[in-house]
Design a protein around this ligand. Structure first.
Ligand code: ATP
Length: 236
C-alpha cells in the first residue's frame, strides 16, 4: 500500500515539522554529491512523517561502488546544503566508524542512544530496497527500526522485488504512516513522493565534462564543488 502525503506542503515547509516529534527518520546514502533529488525526497519524508530526518553519509558503502569524493568532502557538501534547515540535519556517525558502513550497526548505535521504545524509521529509496535482502544481517534491521520505502522515478517497483522481499513487505506492511509511532520498529511502509529524476551519477557525469549542474545541486554546494575542483575531468 502506498501512502501519499496530503499535507499542505508549502505551509509545512515554512513552519517545519513538529519540534516535539518523537519519530526519528534516517536517510542513508553516499551523497557523492548531495543533490536536489535527495533534498526534496528528505523534505517530503519530513512532511509525510512529521519527523526530523537525519541524513547519514556512509564512509564505506558496502553494497555499491566506492564514492569519488572523500568522506570529508561529502560531509562538507552535506553541511553546506543543510545549513539552516529545521527539518533536515546531517549525522556523521558512519564516517567516524571504521570499516563498511552497515545499516544494522548504525541502527544498533541509535538503539543504544535512544533506548528500545523510540520509533526509528530507516528510509530507503526503492532502487536500494530492491537489493535489501542482500544487505548485511538485513533481517535484524526490522527488530531495530521501521523501514520506509521511497518510490523513486524509474526505480525498481514491487514487481521486481525478490519473493522473500515481497512476502516480508506483505507481512510487515503498514497502511498509514501514523502506525510508525505506535511501536519502535518492525513495520514496512511505502511512501510515494513527487519524483525528481536526478541522480548523483548524472551530476558527476556532467561535472566530469564541465557541463552545467546548476539547479541540480544547491548553489552553495555548486560553488564549493567549483572552488575545490571536485569531480572535474574524471569519469563518474
Ligand atoms: P548514485 O547515482 O551515485 O548511485 P544517488 O543519486 O542514488 O547516487 P545516493 O547517495 O546513493 O544517491 O542515495 C541515497 C538515498 O537517496 C538512496 O536511498 C536513494 O534511493 C535516495 N535517492 C537518491 N536520489 C533520489 C531522488 N532523485 N529521489 C528520491 N530518492 C533519491
Amino acid at each position: 500500500m502506498s501512502v501519499r502525503p496530503d499535507a499542505d506542503v508549502d505551509s509545512e515547509v515554512r513552519s517545519g515539522p513538529s519540534a516535539t516529534s518523537d519519530l526519528i527518520a534516517l536517510l542513508g546514502g553516499t551523497f557523492d554529491p548531495i543533490h536536489i533529488g535527495h533534498l526534496r525526497a528528505a523534505t517530503e519524508v519530513a512532511l509525510a512523517l512529521q519527523a526530523h530526518v537525519r541524513l547519514l553519509p556512509a564512509k564505506i558503502p558496502p553494497h555499491r561502488p566506492q564514492p569519488m569524493a572523500s568522506a570529508e568532502q561529502r560531509l562538507q557538501m552535506l553541511q553546506i546544503a543543510l545549513a539552516g534547515s529545521k527539518e533536515l540535519s546531517v549525522d556523521d556517525r558512519e564516517l567516524r566508524r571504521e570499516g563498511p558502513s552497515y545499516s544494522v550497526d548504525t541502527l544498533t548505535e541509535f538503539r543504544r542512544e535512544f533506548g528500545p521504545q523510540r520509533p526509528l524509521a530507516l528510509v530507503v529509496g526503492a532502487d536500494a530496497f530492491a537489493a535489501f535482502n542482500h544487505w548485511h544481517r538485513w533481517q535484524e534491521i526490522f527488530g531495530l527500526a521501521h523501514v520506509v520505502v521511497l518510490d523513486r522515478p524509474g526505480a525498481a517497483t514491487a514487481f521486481d522485488w525478490a519473493a522473500e522481499l515481497k512476502s516480508l513487505v506483505e507481512s510487515r506492511s503498514c497502511a498509514d504512516v501514523a502506525e510508525l509511532r505506535r511501536s519502535g520498529s518492525g513495520c514496512v511502509c511505502q511512501l510515494t513522493i513527487p519524483g525528481l529524476s536526478v541522480s548523483a551519477t548524472a551530476v558527476r557525469a556532467a561535472l566530469a565534462q564541465r557541463a552545467s549542474v546548476r539547479w541540480l545541486v544547491p548553489d552553495a554546494v555548486l560553488e564549493h564543488i567549483e572552488q575545490a575542483g571536485l569531480y572535474r575531468g574524471r569519469a563518474p
